[in-house]
Design a protein around this ligand. Structure first.
Ligand SMILES: C[S@@+](CC[C@H](N)C(=O)[O-])C[C@H]1O[C@@H](n2cnc3c(N)ncnc32)[C@H](O)[C@@H]1O
Length: 219
């Protein structure tokens, strides 16, 4: 898989690319690049934004700037998923993470300031995605959230391949949040561990875990 993150702050992604599971995925074929949208801006001095039509506070990232960045990277033909990050977009969830992880190539567009000119959403992006109903200062953290959730689905990213099979919202848990985990000590300040988990009865443990997940799904 190839993931390109288009940003005005490429430095943010150097740290991300050095994290263990990301490096694991890179060693197994993931290509993760950050693209500086300022570098290909057709405007003087690497400008990328302009004042909003209709007035109002803040600046808006221009559609021609984003188009130039995409063209410099891919040429005029683009046939892959291009995700613009925006607070008001489709809510990112496990289903979308799985869907995006199955793509051979993915572009993530990180906004700043007041966000993108709407034509970036409607004419250049294939998807507009939000990581939650709150406003971040920029799309970089949102892109990292999307990358992280997608990358852990790729073969070899996690130390234990099974970790991604049975986890919160997975098919194995019928889409429910994961069951509780416990480890040593078995008694901590009078708070114990459910007997079933130390019973050695794997069928009962499996059943208990599924029940716990189901009851967490009910809230
Ligand atoms: C300050 S925000 C713009 C907020 C926008 N004016 C609004 O009211 O929705 C700048 C950029 O951060 C990113 N962003 C902010 N919140 C986000 C969220 N919840 N999910 C995804 N991206 C977000 C988007 O790329 C956005 O263009």
């Amino acid at each position: 898989m190839n993931i390109d993150v288009f940003t005005l702050f490429p430095d943010w992604f150097r740290w991300f690319g050095e994290q263990r599971h990301v490096r694991n995925a890179i060693e197994r074929g993931l290509e993760l690049d950050h693209v500086d949208m300022r570098a290909t801006s057709p405007l003087d001095g690497g400008r990328v934004d302009d004042t909003p039509y209709g007035g109002g506070a803040g600046m808006v990232i221009r559609v021609d700037v984003v188009e130039a960045a995409l063209e410099a990277r891919y040429g005029a033909q683009r046939d892959h998923r291009i995700v613009a990050l925006a607070a008001g977009g489709r809510r990112f969830d496990e289903r979308l993470a799985l869907e995006l992880a199955a793509e051979p190539r993915l572009s993530l567009l990180c906004g700043r300031y007041e966000g993108f000119d709407e034509r970036v959403h409607t004419e250049l992006a294939t998807d507009v995605v939000s990581i939650g109903p709150y406003v971040l200062s920029g799309g970089e953290l949102a892109a990292m959230v999307v990358c992280d959730a997608v990358i852990r689905k790729l073969p070899g990213a996690l130390g234990h391949a099974d970790s991604a099979v049975e986890e919160s919202f997975s098919e194995a848990l019928e889409g429910a949040p994961e069951y509780p985990h416990y480890t040593r000590p078995v008694d901590w300040r009078g708070h114990g561990v459910p007997d079933v988990l130390v019973s050695g009865d794997h069928a009962r443990i499996r059943e208990w875990r599924l029940e716990q997940a189901r009851s967490r799904a009910k809230g």
